[in-house]
Design a protein around this ligand. Sequence first.
Ligand code: GUN
Length: 293
Amino acid sequence: MTLLDGKKISNDIKDEIAAIVQKMKDQGEKVPHLAAVLVGEDGASLTYVGSKVRACERIGFESTLIKLPHTTTEVELLNKIDELNQDDEIDGFIVQLPLPPQINEQKVLMAVDPSKDVDGFHPENFGKMALDMSTFIPATPFGILELLERYKVETKGKHTVVIGRSHIVGRPMSILMSRKGWPGNSTVTLTHSSTKDIANITRQADIIISALGVPEFVKADMVKEGVVIIDVGITRVPDASRERGYVLKGDVDFDNVSKKASFITPVPGGVGPMTIAMLLKNTLLARELRRKR
Ligand code: GUN
């Protein structure tokens, strides 16, 4: 069994980007600038956005964190997005999801200038991705592709089973794994809450990508020998014995499933750090595209 070490690979990628940023600085060029908008005080979102901003600082990017109260109206958020769209200093920005109920997520994603949409959530970028055109690929799926590539995991002709059809992970992942090229060329089954007898489907999988958010959903009797496991789940499970009061659990029963797997991502330290690294990669791409304008 080989551990797909997202922590190590993401550090390699950050080092690669940091070297490029250093060159930009040496040549007196503007360095990439990422902004992140966080609405409300959700604990997990605060952690994720904080990690994104800290990663920017470590590799030499400029970063701006915009914290808005949970009472922010849709119009106020759309105005902020418009400001960021117009701001020449900002190369790319993200609006952290989920948003409070008074704000329509679709309206917000549509409002982001596609050339600054480093999350790759705007329909223009999502459509380009589905049509094999070059664009911003959503960071988590992009990170999974990068892990498969750097560990030389064969995907051609394999049966990939994706669990969960979210717009952020499951849906784009299903599209990317079916694309021509590598990683890709898989036969993809996208499973979701209405799927019947999911274990029967996962047992036929060569590659399982789980983005469900149900701790230890995937058990050893649901997978075949030699399976490749990508665990995107990261759920806070209350645990009084821990100082912070919770433990992080993936979608996969790691202890038992890892005995049957050929490759597997740990939680934490697998997909999570890759997401941040690929967001940085997209921001670098956004800067390069703006420079050429
Ligand atoms: N919430 C969970 N994952 C993500 C992500 O990749 N981007 C944004 N903007 N919000 C998220």
